[in-house]
Design a protein around this ligand. Structure first.
Ligand code: NA7
Length: 553
């Protein structure tokens, strides 16, 4: 290892060793033989799956496609035992990928990137770390994740209670067994931790602001036959996934909800409820649940009906029943509503009865009740996208910061690049396809890798999105969201969970298949929308950019 302060010249610095950073390192170092270093703030690889270790943490994407598709041997070797993978099996998988592809030597843990500045004279990024190290690299690739910056409620006395934890920062070894626990928040993290905690906690209090539409996850052990079939047909599985809209592995609906009889709608919803899966319920039943108010109302009414069938106490059922449209990120569960039939679980509607303060003994609500607690869990979500990027002072051409670039609204070209930020690629960044994360990440990593390889082969020194291409992409994305019911509901998807954020949807809503087609077209048109710059001839002034380096320095 170098001494801190020693400057290093690399082809690429990758920020983050989650799903994106791990594969990007493999692509650039192992396939293109470039010199690369991954800088990761945490003490281990895995990103989201390293940090979110709260009880019940589960991916709700089909496990056999919530993984990488590039390694045929690994696809055959690895057994996804369950329909959905929990946090520990996903972390084990990502650690295994790192070992299998000998990536650890180029992943620097426990180090945060604090700033990155584009040096126009040298056509390279100067990356500074909290360790004092300075790295220089032709490419800066961010795999910083969407859900990095936790949101905490602004409650008086919050610091007074010691055992208070955000789901994304779960202390190692914290066991809720026999404890008096409260959970604030009922999104996908909240419903998972609530359902898991209820069966072990002595007492569980749920502080709910907005009731949630939940459908069963249907998680179960895959049969040997199912696993064999997946492995036999993996090529087809990936073709279907990459060609689909959401990339979640279910059959996507093509029928409008209101084009069928009420009885048929009920049958389809019931079948989806029995099969399980939140994305399956929203996108596998009918094709207009988030586009057509009547279709949305029908799906919402079906789930509300289930709440009243499941929850025995009428007052609790009333509190749990959502009134807003069904347009949050779809959530699925392992018995969320039934949890509220347990004698050790109580529900506080904090819209009616807000939390007024946190005290050393617990949480006090407006009705004067002190809820005495051992552990207080904040499942209150994240400042999606922006929060992850605000932690690094990124400056492109003319020293312009990313914060300035995004001051009138977050933007990108293809969810990957921005004007004024040459050779910076974002993975899983804003305005990429709204789809399952893993296949989206593989799509982007492969595209960026191919782009970088083509640049090297052609002697190009920089690629930069043009302002026009960036604006057109944002206009396209914004036009796709017009009329969507997503806009009618407050959630992180529209930025409503962070005060002061403008209301916007930072996704390309035409789907993964269409996104991939678009990327293919852009590459085929000699990277249309990018300004490509050739390295100055050898012997030019000292401003000549660094040559691509050899791997392994
Ligand atoms: P979400 O989906 O943003 O859910 C956050 C929850 O916390 C939600 O129920 C919020 O209620 C609640 N919340 C947020 N702020 C407060 C305050 N101030 N007071 C009370 N309750 C609050 O976060 P998750 O971690 O569940 O999921 C994030 C993503 O991670 C998820 O979509 C996955 O893709 C991965 P609200 O609805 O705002 O009233």
């Amino acid at each position: 290892m170098d001494s801190p302060n020693e400057a290093r010249h690399l082809d690429a610095v990758i920020v983050g060793a989650g799903f994106s950073g791990i594969y990007m390192l493999h692509k650039l170092r192992n396939e293109l033989a470039l010199s690369v270093r991954v800088i990761e703030k945490a003490g281990g690889v895995g990103g989201t799956w390293y940090r979110n270790t709260y009880p019940g943490a589960l991916s709700d994407s089909a496990g056999h496609i919530y993984c990488y598709s590039f390694d045929d041997g690994l696809l055959q070797d690895w057994d996804w035992k369950m329909r959905y993978s929990d946090q520990s099996s996903l972390l084990a998988y990502l650690e295994h990928v790192v070992d299998r592809h000998r990536l650890a030597s180029d992943i620097q843990l426990n180090t945060a990137v604090v700033s990155a500045r584009f040096d126009e004279d040298r056509t390279e990024w100067e990356v500074r770390c909290d360790s004092g190290e300075i790295l220089f690299a032709r490419f800066l690739i961010t795999g910083v994740g969407t859900f990095q910056a936790p949101v905490f409620p602004d409650i008086p006395g919050l610091q007074a209670f010691e055992a208070a934890y955000h789901t994304s920062d779960w202390p190692s070894g914290l066991d809720l067994t026999g404890k008096r626990v409260a959970v604030v928040g009922t999104g996908s993290s909240g419903t998972q931790v609530i359902t898991a905690a209820a069966s072990v906690a002595d007492q569980l209090t749920v502080f709910q602001r907005t009731p949630q539409y939940c459908v069963p996850s249907g998680n179960r052990v895959l049969t040997a036959g199912e696993r064999d079939e997946i492995k036999r047909d993996y090529g087809k599985v990936w073709d279907e996934t990459y060609g689909s809209k959401t990339g979640f592995g279910h059959v996507e609906a093509t029928v409008s909800a209101m084009s069928v009889s009420p009885a048929e709608r009920e049958r389809v919803f019931e079948e989806a409820w029995r099969r399980g899966g939140g994305f399956n319920f929203m996108f596998g039943t009918f094709d207009d649940i988030i586009d057509n108010a009547a279709a949305n109302a029908a799906a919402a009414a079906f789930i509300r009906g289930k709440i009243w069938q499941i929850v025995r106490d009428e007052e609790t059922a009333r509190k749990l029943t959502p009134t807003q449209p069904y347009a949050h990120r779809p959530v699925c569960d392992a018995g969320y509503y039934a949890t509220f039939n347990r004698p050790n679980v109580s529900l506080v509607d904090i819209k009616d009865n807000p939390i007024t303060e946190v005290v050393p003994a617990g949480v006090r609500t407006a009705d004067g009740v002190l809820h005495e607690l051992d552990v207080l869990v904040f499942a209150t979500g994240f400042d999606a996208f922006s929060g992850s990027y605000e932690r690094i002072d990124i400056r492109g051409r003319d020293g312009k910061s990313l914060a300035e670039h995004w001051s009138a609204g977050i933007s990108s070209y293809l969810g990957l690049a921005m004007a004024g930020f040459p050779n910076l690629f974002m993975l899983h960044g804003p305005y990429a396809a709204f789809s399952n994360g893993a296949p989206l990440i593989s799509t982007q990593v492969e595209w960026v890798g191919d782009f970088v390889g083509a640049m090297r082969d052609r002697g190009l020194s920089s690629a930069e999105a043009t302002p026009e291409a960036e604006q057109q992409w944002i206009d396209t994305c914004n036009s796709l969201v017009e009329g969507s019911i997503i806009l009618d509901v407050d959630s992180w998807i529209v930025g409503a969970n962070v005060p002061g954020r403008p209301r916007r949807v930072l996704y390309f809503l035409s789907g993964l298949g269409a996104y991939r087609e678009r990327l293919t077209q852009v590459a085929a048109a000699d990277y249309a929308g990018f300004q490509l710059t050739t390295s100055p001839p050898a012997g030019s002034p000292s401003s000549a950019p660094q040559e691509f380096a050899e791997s392994g320095n």
